[in-house]
Ligand binder design. Structure first.
Ligand code: ACO
Length: 475
């Protein structure tokens, strides 16, 4: 029997994003939009994308293998594996089952969990499932593992620069350096057609961009107000932005994150929170009588609240924005890549700090929840997580692709989406050693992957043995 687990949370994490990326400034030129539209207007610097040798499965294989290796975790120690993704490759077979190849070869097939899907929220659902399992009476003492993996691609048009791609893996267990303050959690879920994927023949979503922005902000308001009320009830004192050291938002693009934090300052003002200084009150006072709907549409309010929030944004939010600005929207991985950015930037000073997380998935589902950093034993320390993720080197070693080539690759991917009977180029020249890649989709849609060997060679022929460099479809 295992004793009641304490301080359940994220023990370890690793992130993978494709080495191929396109600069937003170059994309502005290529798309013929006004200078600054993507870089200042959306607040984005760069966007990662998968070429024809990578997809959500290869990225997950890479990140899971890397996490297990770097933290010295035996794959038999994993008892639950949950995947969050909205990138549909198969309507029945889960991404989780592809990942089982890593565990099967070590004799571990006793792993619960499947995929969770609802736009960018699936990763949070997967994370909650794992945390709840460790805290439950069915926990068998082994680790949980959460994988968020997505390739965010849009049809030509204004949404295209808000794409991105990444996979992130998080090891879940007790005595974690990043724990859940489970009492401080609030959700808002409702029905909306803001962003959805009804066309099963296409990877691209149908997007009502403006509506998605409003839905996001409404859900944010609602979660924040509920969380404030809950905190007040349980903690016996009012909650305001002063109670959290950092705010981590789901980041479709940085401008929305700036607006979101400003919105929280406005809500604090409406709640008469002591965190709002007198000067700020004067600036926001003209907007106090606006209805909810009017307040989402008011450009003047947006401007005033962003001005009021600027200084606090720089300390409480800016350290979380590196990867979302550099990699783009990673859908389910986006929120956790923002958390990874915070760890990368502040790992020496995070112990004891509280982080408020806001997860949003169109359609729509949203939760705000609280995390706290703790001092823990190596290898599960915040500093070691920063070392393992090695974000600086991963960003530095990327390959900038000209926009015309990026568009050409997306055209090929459109053609390949849902098709069968093809082999990829197997060109791994841009991939780091240890990266998995797609080699073939056969006449029965079965996908085969191989691993670029640590010595940089492309690995052997398709076998089921991972260490041989290949993961085949098993037939
Ligand atoms: N210099 C500086 N700023 C500029 C410039 C310029 N040259 N040109 C435009 N801008 C600003 C605009 O003023 C606007 O700023 P604002 O938001 O502060 O008003 C911003 O750039 C965006 O320009 P718009 O014309 O308003 O919007 P656009 O038609 O380009 O679409 C949108 C933006 C809606 C975000 C689109 O990219 C989209 O649909 N993306 C996908 C949906 C999405 O990400 N939704 C978020 C939540 S749902 C999710 O996570 C998927």
């Amino acid at each position: 029997m295992t004793s009641q687990p304490k301080d359940v949370g994220i023990l370890a994490t690793d992130i993978y994003f494709p080495p191929t990326c396109v600069q937003q400034e170059a994309l502005e030129d290529h798309d013929g939009v006004s200078k600054g539209k993507y870089t200042i207007g959306l607040g984005q610097d760069c966007m990662a994308f998968c070429t024809e040798v990578e997809d959500v499965i290869s990225m997950s294989l890479t990140v899971v293998t890397s996490l297990l290796e770097k933290y010295g975790i035996d794959s038999k120690q994993i008892g639950r594996l949950e995947v969050g993704s909205e990138t549909v490759i198969d309507k029945s077979k889960s991404i989780k089952t592809f990942l089982m190849q890593i565990f099967e070869e070590n004799g571990n097939t006793d792993i619960e969990g499947v995929d969770s899907t609802n736009a960018c929220y699936g990763g949070t659902a997967a994370l909650f499932n794992c945390v709840n399992w460790v805290e439950s009476s069915s926990w068998d003492g082994r680790y949980g593992l959460v994988v968020c993996t997505d390739s965010a691609v849009y049809a030509e048009g204004p949404a295209r620069p808000t794409g991105g791609a990444a996979a992130i893996a998080m090891l879940i267990g007790p005595n974690a350096p990043i724990t859940f303050e489970s009492k401080y959690r609030a959700s808002h879920m409702s029905h909306a057609y803001d962003f959805y994927k009804p066309n099963l023949a296409s990877e691209y979503p149908v997007v009502d961009g403006k509506l998605s922005q409003t839905c996001y902000l409404m859900a944010l308001d609602s979660c924040y107000k509920r969380l404030c009320d809950r905190f007040e009830k349980l903690g016996g004192k009012p909650f305001s932005i002063s109670e959290a050291d950092y705010f981590v938002f789901h980041s479709p693009y940085n401008k929305l994150v700036q607006k979101s934090f400003a919105r929280l300052c406005f809500v604090d003002f409406l709640r008469n929170a002591s965190s709002v200084e007198e000067v700020a009150r004067e600036k926001l006072a003209p907007f106090s009588a606006l209805s909810g709907e009017e307040s989402y549409q008011s450009r003047d309010l947006e401007k005033a609240s962003q001005q009021v929030a600027k200084q606090l944004y720089d300390t409480k939010v800016q350290p979380t924005t590196l990867l979302p600005k550099q990699v783009g929207n990673m859908y389910t991985a986006s929120l956790y890549a923002a958390l990874a950015s915070l760890i990368h930037n502040k790992h020496n000073s995070l112990v004891g700090k509280r982080v408020l997380m806001f997860s949003y998935g169109s359609g729509l589902t949203a939760t705000m929840f609280s995390l706290k950093f703790r001092d823990c034993q190596y290898p599960f320390t915040v500093s070691n997580i920063a070392t393992v993720m090695n974000i600086s080197d991963k960003l530095k070693s990327r390959h900038e692709t000209p926009p015309a080539k990026f568009v050409e690759i997306l055209k090929l991917m459109e053609h390949r989406y849902g098709s069968k009977d093809f082999v990829t180029t197997k060109d791994t020249s841009l991939l780091s050693p240890g990266t998995f890649y797609l080699t073939e989709v056969d006449s029965m849609y079965r996908r085969s992957y191989a691993k670029k060997a640590e010595d940089g060679t492309t690995g052997g022929k398709n076998t089921t043995a991972c260490e041989n460099g290949s993961l085949a479809n098993g037939h």
